[in-house]
Write a protein that binds this ligand. Structure first.
Ligand SMILES: C[S@@+](CC[C@H](N)C(=O)[O-])C[C@H]1O[C@@H](n2cnc3c(N)ncnc32)[C@H](O)[C@@H]1O
Length: 250
C-alpha cells in the first residue's frame, strides 16, 4: 500500500534529510557487535552506508527496487562496499547469518498484521549468528497524537524541500487512524507553487503498543533485553518518543 511513497528515492532523501543521532546509534551498535550487519527495509542506505564505511560487511534488504538503486548509487559514490538485495522482510532466506540485524526508522511498521510481524521476527531469528542481536526503532504511539489524525489535509512546513528540477516542494498530509487495525492511513500531497499535487501517495503505518511488542517478539523466537526511549539511551517511559529495542534469541 505504501510502495508508491518509496518509488522516488531521491525525493525521499530530500524529504527526510536528517537523523544523525539515529545513524550514530546504529553505528555504535554495529561497532559493539562487530562482524556482519543486515538491515531490513534499508531504504537508500542512510544507516547502512555509514556502517559499511567503517569496513563492516553489510547487506541491505528492501522491497523497493528504486530505494535499492539509490542506495547502490550512494554507496558507489562514497566507495563503500555493500550488498543490496530485493526482498520482503516477512520471508527471506539469505543463506547466511549475521552478527547484527537492524530495522531502522519505523520500517517494521509497514507490516500491519500480527502474523506478518511474527513471520519477520522468525526470519530474523534464522539469520542471527551466535551472540547476534536484532536492534530496531519504532515510534511510541501516544493516544493524544493518534487522535489528531482527523482526516483533514494540513501543510507540514517543516517537511518542505528543494527539488533541483521543480524548486520548493510543499508537503501536505491527511491522516486517519483506524483503531481496530492500529494503522494510521495517510495521504501525502506534494506540490509546488505552480504544480498542485504533482504526486499524491498513500502511506500506512501501524502502531505497535508497548505491551504487545515483547509478546510479538516472543512468538518470533526473540526476547526483548532492553528498550530505550530515545537515541541517548534514556530508559523507555510513558512519554518517550521512541521504542528503541535490543533483542536476542529467546
Ligand atoms: C521509512 S523507510 C526507512 C528506510 C531506512 N531504514 C532509513 O532508515 O532511512 C522504510 C523502508 O522499508 C521498506 N519496506 C516496506 N515494506 C517492506 C517489506 N515488507 N520488506 C522489505 N522492505 C520493506 C520501504 O521500501 C522503505 O525503503
Amino acid at each position: 500500500m505504501s510502495e508508491q511513497f518509496y518509488s522516488d528515492a531521491r525525493s525521499y532523501d530530500r524529504l527526510f534529510p536528517r537523523g544523525e543521532r539515529a545513524v550514530e546509534f546504529y553505528e555504535a551498535e554495529a561497532a559493539r557487535q562487530g562482524g556482519s550487519v543486515l538491515e531490513l527495509g534499508c531504504g537508500t542506505g542512510h544507516k547502512l552506508i555509514p556502517i559499511g564505511s567503517h569496513g563492516q560487511s553489510c547487506v541491505g534488504l528492501d522491497l523497493s527496487t528504486a530505494m535499492l538503486a539509490e542506495a547502490g548509487r550512494k554507496a558507489r559514490e562514497r566507495r563503500v562496499e555493500a550488498e543490496w538485495v530485493q526482498g520482503d522482510m516477512r520471508d527471506f532466506d539469505l543463506g547466511r547469518t549475521f552478527d547484527l540485524v537492524i530495522i531502522a526508522s519505523n520500517s517494521l511498521l509497514h507490516l500491519h498484521e500480527p502474523e506478518d510481524l511474527v513471520a519477520c521476527f522468525r526470519s530474523v531469528r534464522r539469520h542471527l549468528a551466535p551472540g547476534a542481536r536484532l536492534v530496531f526503532d519504532v515510534f511510541n504511539p501516544s493516544v493524544r497524537m493518534l487522535a489528531q489524525a482527523d482526516g483533514a489535509r494540513r501543510r507540514r512546513d517543516a517537511l518542505s524541500f528543494v527539488d533541483p528540477g521543480r524548486g520548493v516542494v510543499h508537503v501536505d498530509v491527511a491522516e486517519t487512524y483506524d483503531a481496530a487495525a492500529q494503522v494510521t492511513r495517510g495521504t501525502w500531497y506534494f506540490s509546488t507553487d505552480t504544480e498542485a499535487d504533482f504526486t499524491v501517495a498513500p502511506l500506512e503505518i501501524r502502531s505497535i503498543f508497548p505491551q504487545e511488542l515483547p509478546l510479538l517478539l516472543s512468538l518470533g523466537g526473540l526476547r526483548l533485553v532492553e528498550r530505550f526511549g530515545d537515541w541517548s539511551r534514556a530508559p523507555f517511559t510513558e512519554g518517550a518518543a521512541l521504542q528503541l529495542c535490543i533483542c536476542e534469541p529467546s
